[in-house]
Design a protein around this ligand. Structure first.
Ligand code: MN
Length: 463
């Protein structure tokens, strides 16, 4: 057989609204963020052409919403036209965010692009110029509607006549918990399907689930919220004449999301904290090397600054000051390499030795002991939450949110409750009025809003 190479991308989510950004954001920075998905698409096309890929596959969620934005469709059409001009075919499957029954504009698509049917699995033979025998078969199927609960992978059957087989599908393998369970299938069945490469989409974090055969989520092309941090891009797949497959990840994101933890241990003044935040921000800028970034700071640790940080206004003001400085920088030097502060969150504690409080016994010691036990016992903690939060569970958004809580959320509540107890019983009692409940509320841009179409609950890392 001939060797070949292709590019595997998924979850472009073109037209994503990038929720959870502050109103303080200057228009030029906002524009850069909103256009990031299109810039990443441009980078994908440029890479595909530059490395002379034989073809491109996109495994679903090209568009963010079933009612695809016209801008998103035109940008995608332009991208496909550029590939067409370079003579590179593209094979596209639709996923839960852009199912075949979604509204789509009547656009003229170039001949190189093939959208897979949502009726059945299609298989397409790929030929090198002047060779009769195909060097590979590419298979694919689109979602007809957003909520596909059938196992679509089962319909993928290897058709003889080619030495290499590539399956393109938007699917949830082994019930991955952070993403809606659409087109569920098992890794085992994919591995034993006879395919050489499963080009998957849906999970927004890059994952190589299996090698030989390859089962791959490339992750999304561009992070869309603080839940999608780190480098995003596509996989370049090189197949040599013996069928050996090699995978290379290429960063293509036009803007990057970061979370940074910062401890107040050893910080004695607001100035020291401000300096530390600014230093971290500059480090991210340096690292980004011109690539814009959005950052969330998580302030933690124990120290004298806790008394100040437990006042929500102080934390909000810190964030506002960082943003104001960034807006000024953008005004003066332009938006290249901006680092926008999405949020500053504080989960700090008094400068106390938790162990000695625990050992000291008494009411507080007993409480901390109970908290330590609950942290080890998921069922008991869930039970306590149900009992203690019963009045909040009867309806409305709070109830909806509480019902969706995961065990990690409950552990977070427990840790915050523990700090409250320490604050209340080991000093600071007079300041309790400064509502520390804020740190327990859902993060802005969290799961309840981040996801547009398809009724799927993913949004950040999700599918
Ligand atoms: Mn997706």
């Amino acid at each position: 057989m001939s060797g070949f190479r292709f590019v595997h991308a998924a979850d472009l989510h073109l037209g994503s609204p990038f929720r959870g950004l502050s109103a303080q954001m200057p228009p030029a920075i906002r524009e850069t963020v909103l256009m990031a998905g299109y810039e990443a698409l441009k980078a994908l096309v440029e890479l595909t052409i530059r490395i002379k890929a034989d073809f491109l596959v996109i495994a679903g969620d090209v568009y963010d919403a079933a009612d695809r934005s016209l801008q998103a469709q035109i940008r995608f059409q332009q991208a496909m036209e550029r590939l067409d001009a370079a003579g590179i075919p593209a094979f596209v499957a639709h996923g839960n965010h852009d199912p075949a029954d979604g509204r789509s504009a009547h656009l003229r698509w170039p001949d190189n692009v093939r959208f897979f049917s949502s009726e059945q699995v299609e298989s397409i033979p790929l030929h090198k110029r002047g060779e009769d025998r195909p060097y590979a078969h590419v298979y694919g199927m689109s979602y007809g509607t957003a909520e596909v609960t059938a196992n679509l992978a089962r319909g993928f059957r290897v058709r003889p006549g080619a030495p290499y087989h590539i399956a393109v599908l938007h699917a949830n393998v082994d019930g991955e918990g952070e993403h809606a369970n659409y087109a569920p299938c098992s890794l085992k069945e994919l591995v034993h399907s006879g395919m050489n490469y499963w080009a998957l989409g849906h999970v927004h974090t890059r994952r190589v689930l299996h090698e030989a055969p390859f089962v791959v989520y490339p992750g999304n092309l561009q992070g869309r919220s603080i839940r999608e941090t780190g480098a995003k891009g596509c996989c370049l797949v090189d197949v040599d004449a013996s069928g050996r497959t090699e995978l290379t990840f290429h960063e293509l994101d036009a803007m990057r999301w970061h979370t940074r933890a910062l401890s107040i241990d050893g910080l004695s003044s607001e100035q020291a904290l401000k300096d530390a935040l600014e230093a971290e921000l500059e480090a991210v800028r340096e690292e980004g090397n011109g690539r814009p970034a959005v950052i969330r700071f998580a302030i933690e640790g124990r120290g004298p600054l806790h008394a100040r940080l437990r006042q929500p206004a102080a934390v909000l003001e810190l964030a506002a000051e960082l943003r104001a400085a960034e807006a000024e920088r953008a005004e003066r030097y332009g938006v290249s390499g901006f680092v926008w502060t999405e949020a500053v969150q504080a989960a700090t504690g008094q400068p106390v030795d938790r162990e000695s409080l625990l050992a000291g016994g008494g009411y507080l010691g007993d409480l901390l002991q109970l908290a330590a036990e609950l942290a080890q016992d998921e069922t008991a903690l869930a039970g306590l939450c149900e009992e203690a939060l019963a009045p909040l569970l009867t309806g409305g958004r709070t109830a909806e949110w509480l019902h969706g809580a995961q065990s990690a959320d409950r552990l977070r509540w427990l840790a915050a409750a523990e700090e409250l107890a320490i604050d209340a019983l080991a000093g600071l009692a007079g300041e309790l009025a400064a509502s520390p409940v804020r740190s327990l509320l859902p993060e802005p841009g969290g799961s309840e809003t981040a996801d547009g179409a398809g009724g799927s609950r993913e949004g950040g890392d999700g599918g």
